[in-house]
Design a protein around this ligand. Structure first.
Ligand code: UD1
Length: 423
């Protein structure tokens, strides 16, 4: 397995371009199953998870071509298989996103249950409950969700018991071609949901309220062709901002959107960072100062994202003061703690709360990535640590960060990838 090697303690400086959002690209690519007309999508990030969903659609008979800039042209006019096999779903839980579109357009889907994952059990009961309310017959057998809607789906009033991002997306996609109106109450409000709705509306869907907790979808007969540009990745944005803050550097992020990272910017300002923003850029300057510790509690958007919790903890390990970090979304999302402790971090865990006492300097150490965002926190820790940090199982980071070592090198970091054969 590839490793990343970082020699840290270098302030990052310069400019970097933020990629398209993984969590927008995945549902948007899945949603192309809803139309037989050609669709063009740009600003797709070059990531393993994107390759996985492209392979999944490819297996179903969807034709997907990529140009040199990773724009994709999709044509789902020849879908001949409605299966999402375990082999693909186990590598990426977001594969569940094909369930809604397959059921909505073809009235059938056979999708492997995603099962547990490193950060928690992550059930899909809310997805199934919503689809059943729309008239789908769903059996869970032999690890597969077998769903049918012989006479098509019917619009329904759906109240989600839990705020779920992909659950909201699955129901929204299923409702686009349903008979009549669907209303999703207690919908997730993440910007990626609004992005998916804008994409679907660009193809002729009738969705209002995406980005609020009540989404209304009026079913249409069919979707047309269209093109769409994926929004910037707010988690990549936040991660690079912390890379600047943790190394006491100064960086400008381009092709991003400050309005979708407000909860992160507020916290970074509390650490003492100087922040300036424009329509599509953010500048963060630590002015060589040590960051101050900040408390963080994760919650659904617009609150502080769980996908930034590990990175914020890395920052707190070297900040001035003590911080309390509370994880309210996933029950087992503190696996980075042990690895950060190997680098000298002073963190104690109590249930879903981590108490972190900032120290002057982390020490480089061999570490292991356990999931996508945990691995980002180790990269951040490695960037500030004295000496060499190695991060094993780096495939996790390739699922969600495009060209991470190239981008960090551009900012002055000393980082390189050691391919498996040299380990
Ligand atoms: C999405 C994001 C992921 C992010 C997460 C929370 C994508 C592809 N992934 O994941 O990066 O960390 O939102 O912001 O967009 N739950 C249930 N039953 C369900 C569905 C969810 O109990 O049917 C629970 C989950 O176990 C979790 C919470 O609800 O505790 C939120 O999960 P959810 O928003 O569904 O996460 P994902 O959509 O899987």
């Amino acid at each position: 397995m590839d490793k990343l090697i970082i020699r840290g303690n270098v302030p990052l400086r310069g400019e970097v371009r933020i990629s398209g959002a993984k969590n927008s690209a995945l549902p948007i690519i899945a949603a192309t199953l809803l139309t037989s007309a050609p669709v063009r999508i740009s600003n797709i990030p070059h990531l393993h998870d994107v390759t996985t969903i492209i392979s999944l659609l490819g297996q179903m008979g969807v034709s997907i071509t990529l140009d040199e800039r990773f724009n994709i042209q999709v044509n789902a006019n020849n879908v001949n298989c409605f299966d999402a096999p375990y082999e693909l779903v186990k590598t990426m839980r977001a594969s569940i996103l094909v369930l809604g579109p397959l059921l909505g357009r073809f009235g059938q889907a056979n999708v492997s249950l995603p099962g547990g994952c490193a950060i928690g059990t992550r059930p899909v009961d809310q997805h199934l409950k919503g689809l059943r309310a729309m008239g789908a017959t769903i059996d869970v057998e032999n690890g597969y969700i077998k769903a049918t809607a012989k006479n098509g789906l019917q619009g329904a009033n759906i109240a989600m018991d839990i705020v779920t991002v992909t659950g909201t997306e699955n129901i929204m996609m299923a409702a686009v071609l349903a008979n009549g109106q669907t209303v999703i109450h207690n919908a997730a409000r993440e910007p990626e949901i609004e992005d998916l709705a804008k994409f679907l509306n660009a193809l002729g869907a009738k969705i209002t309220g995406a980005g609020t907790s009540i989404i209304v979808i009026d079913g249409v007969k069919e979707l047309t062709e269209g093109s769409y540009q994926v929004l910037p990745d707010r988690i990549e944005t936040g991660t690079y901002l912390i890379a600047a803050a943790i190394t006491r550097g100064k960086i400008k992020l381009k092709n991003t959107r400050p309005d979708i990272v407000e909860s992160i910017l507020v916290k970074l300002a509390e650490t003492g960072a100087y922040i300036e923003t424009g329509d599509d850029w953010i500048l963060l300057d630590m002015k060589d100062n040590r960051p101050r510790a900040v408390d963080v509690s994760t919650a659904p958007y617009p609150a502080f994202p769980t996908d930034m919790q590990a990175q914020m903890m890395a920052l707190n390990t070297i900040a001035e003061g003590t911080s309390i970090i509370t994880e309210t979304i996933f029950e087992n999302r503190f696996m980075h703690v042990q690895e950060l402790q190997r680098m000298g971090a002073q963190i104690s865990l109590k249930g879903n709360t981590a108490i972190c006492t900032g120290i002057d300097q982390l020490q480089g150490a061999p570490t292991m990535a356990t999931d996508l965002r945990a691995s980002a926190s180790l990269v951040l820790a490695g960037l500030t640590a004295v000496g060499e940090t190695s991060i094993d199982r780096i495939y996790h980071i390739d699922r969600g960060y495009e060209c991470i070592e190239e981008k960090l090198t551009q900012l002055g970091a000393r980082i390189h990838r050691m391919p498996h054969k040299n380990n």
